[in-house]
Design a protein around this ligand. Structure first.
Ligand code: NDP
Length: 295
């Protein structure tokens, strides 16, 4: 199978590198060409000059861009995938996208005989590097079976969630959990520090108790207590994710004050911290508002 990978950002690059390392023929394209050139040099992949050029011989084209409208633009744009992909090929979109735009993309591609799966991933940059991502997939199950060997080069748990858009919906709600847990953990730990409790001791208890989460078990010990705050997943992208979940909940008239409020806090944080800040940097804002450091 020939593969093309478009979008070599923080998570896309290690995913594409896993495909190349598995020995599959790979073409790579990135908006900033130097990133694709660098990966081509490092992995032996072909550096394609346009999306259509990348897709030319590909049986499977994988995209990983910030938002679904970016993917739609890549499909419909000049030198785009609509004209570039061959009949019978599959577009696997690993963007954490929105279901309505994914359905639109699937419809456009169907007119030229191309299948579509929305396949957002979870597990972070370190999960991608290890080939240990969770992949949640929307679309035809037989199409997923066809491309599964490619997804297995970077994914460990691959779950078919339903029709096109279902992967996006599960991802958005997962991200809402992440945002809520992270914010709640920051508020709770700031309070404990003000009470004079060592946050390391507090987390030792909480992580053996019912209040634990990925934030308390991994993110805060590794990134906050150490003051490392590495930039691996932009806060702007998490704000985009929880916004998708909040709009879905509102659309279905699900009372969702916690998700709506957390989405608003992340929107304010995005305004404060800008487009390149990492998602865990929201803890810095809570620290600033509380006048205390969780350390
Ligand atoms: P980055 O911001 O690091 O990278 C974005 C990539 O998309 C870059 O290659 C960028 O190109 C490209 N890009 C941006 N806008 C456009 C556009 N309009 N047209 C074409 N290419 C574009 O994002 P991530 O890699 O972190 O995230 C990608 C997706 O994966 C997002 O949906 C995110 O929510 C999701 N995700 C990210 C995780 C993470 O840990 N980082 C974990 C799980 C999911 P250029 O190099 O030119 O800027």
């Amino acid at each position: 199978m020939n593969i093309a990978f478009l979008g070599l950002g923080a998570i896309g690059r290690p995913m594409a590198a896993r495909i190349a390392a598995a020995g599959l023929p790979l073409a790579v394209w990135n908006r900033t060409a130097e990133r694709a050139a660098e990966l081509a040099r490092a992995s032996g992949a072909r550096h394609a000059k346009t999306p259509a050029d990348a897709a030319r011989d590909a049986d499977v084209v994988i995209t990983c861009l910030p938002v679904s409208p970016d993917v739609l633009a890549l499909v419909e744009g000049p030198d785009g995938l609509l004209g570039g992909m061959k009949r019978g090929a599959t577009l696997v979109d690993c963007t954490s996208g929105d279901p309505a735009t994914s359905r639109k993309i699937a419809e456009r591609l169907a007119t030229v005989g191309v299948d579509f799966l929305d396949a957002p991933v979870s597990g972070g940059v370190s999960g991608a590097e290890k080939g240990a991502l969770t992949i949640m997939v929307g679309g035809d199950a037989t199409v997923l079976d066809r491309v599964r060997p490619v997804l297995e080069t970077f994914g460990q748990k691959i779950v078919h969630c339903g029709d096109v858009g279902a992967g996006d919906t599960v991802k958005a709600v997962n991200q809402a959990f992440l945002a809520v847990h992270l914010l709640a953990a920051a508020e709770g730990l700031a309070t404990l520090v003000k009470e004079g409790v060592d946050p390391t001791k507090a987390l030792e208890v909480i992580n053996a108790s019912s209040g634990r989460s990925n934030s308390s078990m991994n993110l805060i010990p590794e990134r906050v207590l150490t003051r490392a705050f590495p930039r691996t997943f932009r806060l702007a992208l998490l704000e985009k994710d929880i916004r998708i979940a909040a709009e879905m909940a509102r659309g279905h008239r699900v009372p969702s004050p916690v998700i709506q409020l957390t989405a608003d806090v992340f929107t304010m944080a995005r305004g404060e911290l800008g487009e390149v800040a990492d998602h865990v940097e929201i803890v810095r804002l809570v620290e600033q508002w509380a006048g205390v450091e969780i350390a």
